[in-house]
Design a protein around this ligand. Structure first.
Ligand code: MRU
Length: 367
C-alpha cells in the first residue's frame, strides 16, 4: 500500500540481500522511519519491542531473522537456538511459530552450507505468499461488503468497525481485516470505518487510522468503549477484525477488547467477521481455552505516548505514582459470537466443520 504516494511493504530485503528492512511501527504515525535488521538478535528485538507487530508480519520477520542466524552459523544447534530465541519474543500470534517451522522443515534436511541461502529464499517466499493470501482474503471479504451495500440505499456508506490494527502494517501488504475494506473502496463502494483506538498501545489510533488516511478511506477514530453504543444506534453495519490465533473449533484470539465488541455485536445483531490467513489457524488446539495470552508491562497502561504541540514525541503518566495496573494483551472470542471466518479460501462458519470445509487436508490431524 502507499505512504505519501509511494508503495511500500512492511518488510523487504535490502538491495544486495545482505539485510532486511522494516518500517519502525513504534514511530508511526508521527515519524516514518525504517530500520535495517542484520542479525537474528536485531530481528528478535524488533519483534519484542513491536517495531514490527501483527501476526503475519511477526511471522515474516521471524523467518528473515532465522535466515540471518543461519548465515552466521548453520549448524543444527544454531538452528535450534535461533528458533528458540525468536519464538519466545511474543507468545500469542501463532504465525511466529508457523513461520519458524516452515523455515526449519525446509532447511533441516539440507547440507549445512546450503541452509542459509535456502532459508533466505524461503523467508522471501513467506513474505510474498502473505501478500497474495491477504489479497485473496480481501476478495472474499469484498463479496460480503457488496452484499450489505446492495441492501442499502445507493451511495449510502457501509459502516465497518475494526479493532486494533489488522491492516497492511500488521501483514506484509493489504492486511487481513482491512483488505476487504481497501478492495471495496477501490471498487467504488462507499465505506466508512469506525476505528477503535485500542488502548494501551493504540494500534487503531496510531496505525489503522494512519493507513486508512494514507489510502483515502473515510474513517472515524473512536474510544474503545464507544462501539457498543454505535451498534445500538444502527451506526455499524458489520465488524471485521483480525486475529493472532484461531483454534480448530473457530475460537479467536485477538487484541484485548475484541471479545467485548463481539458481545455487543451479538446483542445488536451486527455481523461480526474475523479475517485470517491459513497461517493463523492452530490446528493443534481443540478450543481457544489453551491459547497463551501475552501479559505485557504495566507501564503501557500507566502511560500514554504521543506528540506535543511543539512536535516533540513523548510519554506522559496518566495515574498517581504507585497505581497498580494489569495488561493482558489479548482475549479469546468464543466461536459462537463469530458470524464467519474470512480466509484466502473463502468464508466459513466459525466451527470445526466450517474450517475443515475450507481446509479438508486437515481433517485427519486437526485437534
Ligand atoms: O499486539 P499486536 O499489535 O501484535 O496485536 C495485533 C493484533 O491483535 C491484530 O489485530 C492481529 O495480530 C491480527 S494482524 C492481521
Amino acid at each position: 500500500m502507499k505512504i505519501n504516494g509511494t508503495p511500500y511493504r512492511t518488510i523487504w530485503p535490502s538491495a544486495n540481500d545482505a539485510e532486511v528492512v522494516i518500517i519502525d511501527q513504534t514511530k508511526l504515525p508521527h515519524r516514518f522511519e525504517t530500520v535495517t535488521i542484520g542479525t537474528v538478535e536485531d530481528a528478535a528485538r524488533a519483534i519484542l519491542t513491536m517495531q514490527v507487530r501483527g501476526a503475519p508480519l511477526i511471522g515474516a520477520t521471524a523467518a528473515f531473522g532465522l535466515a540471518l542466524a543461519l548465515r552466521a552459523d548453520a549448524s543444527d544447534q544454531a538452528l535450534a537456538d535461533a528458533i528458540a530465541l525468536l519464538a519466545r519474543q511474543r507468545p500469542t500470534a501463532i504465525n511466529l511459530r508457523w513461520a519458524l517451522e516452515e523455515v526449519r522443515v525446509t532447511v533441516a534436511p539440507l547440507p549445512i552450507d546450503a541452509r542459509a541461502a535456502t532459508a533466505w529464499a524461503k523467508a522471501k517466499a513467506i513474505a510474498d505468499d502473505d501478500v497474495e493470501t491477504c489479497r485473496r482474503i480481501g476478495e472474499n471479504g469484498l463479496a460480503l461488503i457488496r452484499a450489505i451495500a446492495e441492501a442499502k440505499a445507493p451511495g449510502e456508506p457501509i459502516n465497518i468497525l475494526t479493532h486494533c490494527n489488522a491492516g497492511w502494517l500488521a501483514c506484509v501488504d493489504w492486511g487481513t481485516a482491512t483488505s476487504p475494506i481497501y478492495q471495496a473502496h477501490d471498487a467504488g463502494i462507499a465505506v466508512h470505518v469506525w476505528v477503535d483506538e485500542t488502548r494501551p498501545r493504540n494500534q487503531g489510533a496510531a496505525l489503522t487510522a494512519f493507513e486508512l488516511k494514507s489510502h483515502g478511506v473515510p474513517h472515524t477514530l473512536i474510544v474503545d468503549n464507544a462501539g457498543g453504543h454505535l451498534m445500538q444506534h444502527g451506526k455499524v453495519d458489520m465488524c471485521i477484525v483480525g486475529t493472532d490465533r484461531v483454534a480448530a473449533n473457530g475460537d479467536v484470539a485477538n487484541k484485548i477488547g475484541t471479545y467485548l465488541k463481539a458481545l455487543a455485536a451479538h446483542d445488536t445483531s451486527v455481523p461480526f467477521y474475523v479475517a485470517l490467513p491459513y497461517s493463523t489457524i492452530d490446528w493443534t488446539l481443540a478450543s481457544g481455552r489453551d491459547i497463551p495470552i501475552e501479559e505485557r508491562g504495566a507501564d503501557e497502561v500507566l502511560n500514554m505516548y504521543g506528540q506535543h504541540a511543539d512536535g516533540c514525541v513523548a510519554s506522559v503518566a496518566i495515574t498517581a505514582p504507585g497505581t497498580a495496573a494489569a495488561n493482558p494483551a489479548f482475549d479469546v472470542t468464543p466461536a459462537r459470537l463469530v458470524t464467519g471466518l474470512i480466509t484466502e479460501r473463502g468464508v466459513a462458519p466459525a466451527t470445526r466443520n466450517g474450517l475443515l470445509s475450507l481446509y479438508p487436508e486437515r481433517r485427519e490431524t486437526a485437534a
